[in-house]
Every structure is written in C-alpha cells, then in structure tokens.
Design a protein around this ligand. Sequence first.
Ligand SMILES: Nc1ncnc2c1ncn2[C@@H]1O[C@H](COP(=O)(O)OP(=O)(O)OP(=O)(O)O)[C@@H](O)[C@H]1O
Ligand SMILES: [Mg+2]
Length: 206
Amino acid sequence: MKIISFLNPKGGSGKTTVTINVSSCLAASGKRVAVVDTDPQMSLTNWNRNEKARFDVYTASSEKDVYQVRKELSEYDYVIIDGAGSLSVITSAAVMVSDLIIIPVTPSPLDFSASGSVVTVLEAQAYNRPVEARFLITRKIEQAKMLSVLKDSIAQTGIKALKTAINQRQSYVKSVLDGDSVFETSDGAAKGEIQILTREIEAFFE
Ligand SMILES: Nc1ncnc2c1ncn2[C@@H]1O[C@H](COP(=O)(O)OP(=O)(O)OP(=O)(O)O)[C@@H](O)[C@H]1O
Ligand SMILES: [Mg+2]
C-alpha cells in the first residue's frame, strides 16, 4: 500500500481537484483507492455526498486519524490524503506517514510563499525518514512570465517539479461541482493530462 499526500496550506492551489481526478484515474485502472479528507471544511466528503466516487472516502478529524492510516487502510493499493487549506498538525502527520508528497502550486506569484511551510516540515522530517516530494504546477495558464517566475521559485527550494502540469480548465470546476471527475466529461485534453500525471505518479513506485 502506498500513501500519497497532496499538501499546500495555500487555499485554492488545487489539492482537492487533483485528488479527485488522480484518485478516479487510479480507481478506473482497477486499483483499490481510499481518499482521506483532512480538510475541516470537508470539501471532498461533501463532493461525494451522492456517493458517485469510484474510490472510498474517509474523513480524518484529527492528526490521530492520519497516523492510523497505514494500519487501518492497509487493504488498499493507494491511500490519497487531501490536505487542509491551512498549516496544521495534520500536515505534519501527513508528511510522517506518506511515501510521496505532492505540493500543488499555481503560477500566481503571491501564492508560492505558503508552500514554503510544507518544505520546512519536509526538511524537519528528513532527519527521521526522508520522503520523496515533488511540486505539481496546477491551474496553468499560457503566461510565460508567471510560469518562469514559478519555475525559478521551485528551483530555489531544491525540490523538483513533476513533468506533467495541470492546466486551468473549466471542466475541472464544473465536474467537481457536479460530484464527478473529468472522466464524466467530454474534455479529452483534461482526461489526457490526468492520465499522464497518474502514470508519472505510479512510476515512483515501480
Ligand atoms: N485545473 C483547474 N482549472 C480550473 N479551475 C481549477 C483547477 N483546479 C482547481 N480549480 C478551481 O480552483 C478552486 C480551488 O481548487 P481546490 O478546491 O481544488 O483547491 P484546494 O487546494 O483544495 O483548496 P482548499 O485549500 O481551500 O481546500 C476551485 O474553485 C476549483 O474549481
Ligand atoms: Mg481542498
């Protein structure tokens, strides 16, 4: 069983959207997937109110629940943790239990600094058990200047970015509002980029 966390205390960086879509993609390929919603706002739990998800959803109410994940959810192939939109003890717990940390970041220059706190938690954790971490560029728009600023900021952290980026697309917004993933839409470009991202993530564990 592999545990992957999407973490960035910056609200709106795309954690929940990417969690829903990557988890749907993994589940569609036959993997047993559990998603753990650690956000006190419970956006992922609410997204699944009609229980349309192809994966199981668990709600963590404290960091204790997160520490239990490896033991309690051991029957799954993948456990995906959707991080909270604020820096909390839950973020540290998620870093402790994860095999891979993904930090979604948007090209908005003002948004990047919040992700530094995840890097700090990762560096503290590195003394115990180093954990693989990657940035993921989300909500990408064709704005060369903003993108190059973001790439420079990423480079300065010493943590690499995933090759696949997620573009800004209306289909992500609309499908999530409908309790779906992009796989229930006709947006082939969105489905394609999620599939490529999911393969890139799976390759970590091969
Ligand atoms: N690739 C995308 N294209 C367009 N809109 C997006 C994309 N990803 C996310 N959004 C939109 O941005 C907003 C924030 O996304 P999301 O809820 O996934 O972020 P989050 O990091 O989980 O936020 P929070 O920290 O508040 O939980 C939502 O309105 C969502 O629909
Ligand atoms: Mg969220």
